[in-house]
Design a protein around this ligand. Structure first.
Ligand code: ZN
Ligand code: ZN
Ligand code: ZN
Length: 294
């Protein structure tokens, strides 16, 4: 990554996190005022615009988000223009077009996407006459349906990007707990996971919700907490304790090198030892004869 990419990455990541926390803190206030509604709209739309820009930056490099007339400048000139705030970035509609083609948006999602934009424009340019309280709930849908598809895990410290409760890292523990306990977030996320990936759903090893889907990109991603990893890293065996099928997660890359390893059942949350059969490679609880060879 060159220095211009690095500087833009740093700014977008940092500011996105501030806006998304601001949006959800306001949306989840116990006795919401007009100011909370207004702040929810502005912060949520700003969070989207920055994560959308970051999404383009990761795929196209800095030229994807800086307007053409700066493309011939030297690295030092660019860095100084960024520092002074004089650089011009591409307009939101352009980034929106790019990410809209890369993610899944149904008719309702598109309505929601346009609604936030038009509310924000109204607030910023005309002011509000009445306060659209439904926006508080809709901002949770907005998070589930749109923001969660834009890979915000990549804005986190490396250790929180994969195999971690990424959402807790993004929001901090107290806002994370509030979002899960006092909003429609969990139900909406599970619904969304099932709508997009109905065939192979597991309970999440991290947050226990039934929202850990196998995506088209062959990653396992939890639609609630953002826990994600390469599909090849995970193996699934049946649980001898609660009898759930394929819910004991084990380290698929290391099981072959050990007589047995410790797995964890995503359904009953107990630890279970599992071993790979020397004849047929099938993984069964240990000690126990192979489920396939018996
Ligand atoms: Zn989860
Ligand atoms: Zn179990
Ligand atoms: Zn066997």
């Amino acid at each position: 990554m060159d220095k211009v990419d690095e500087q833009l990455t740093f700014r977008l990541k940092k500011t996105f996190k501030l806006y998304i926390r601001g949006a959800l803190e306001n949306a989840l206030s116990e006795l919401p005022t007009e100011s909370n509604v207004l702040q929810t709209i502005i912060n949520m739309q700003a969070a989207l615009e920055l994560i959308g820009k970051f999404f383009v930056l990761q795929r196209k490099g800095w030229k994807g988000i800086i307007v053409n007339k700066y493309h011939d400048k030297s690295e030092a000139e660019l860095l100084s223009l960024i520092e002074s705030g004089e650089i011009q970035t591409t307009p939101y509609w352009k980034n929106k077009e790019f990410f809209s083609n890369a993610i899944h948006l149904n008719v309702d999602d598109k309505v929601l996407l346009n609604k936030f934009q038009s509310h924000r424009n109204q607030v910023m340019h005309l002011g509000m006459s009445t306060s659209p309280n439904e926006i508080l709930n809709e901002s949770i849908w907005f998070m589930v349906r749109i923001i969660n598809q834009l890979g915000w895990q990549d804005t986190l410290p490396t250790q929180d990007q994969y195999l971690a409760n990424s959402l807790k890292s993004l929001l901090g523990n107290s806002l994370y707990q509030k979002l899960l306990k006092s909003s429609c977030y969990v139900d909406e996320s599970i619904d969304r996971a099932y709508k997009m990936y109905p065939d192979d759903m597991k309970h999440c090893i991290q947050c226990s919700n039934e929202s850990w889907a196998l995506t088209h990109e062959l990653n396992r991603v939890c639609f609630v907490c953002g826990y994600r990893g390469d599909q090849d890293a995970f193996g699934f065996a049946d649980c001898p304790l609660c009898e759930a099928k394929g819910e004991v997660v084990f380290d698929a890359l290391n099981i072959g090198h050990n007589e047995y390893i410790r797995g964890k059942c995503c359904s009953c949350r107990e630890f279970v030892n599992v071993a790979k059969c020397k004849n047929c490679d099938y993984v069964s609880p240990h000690p126990q004869v192979c489920n396939l060879c018996v």
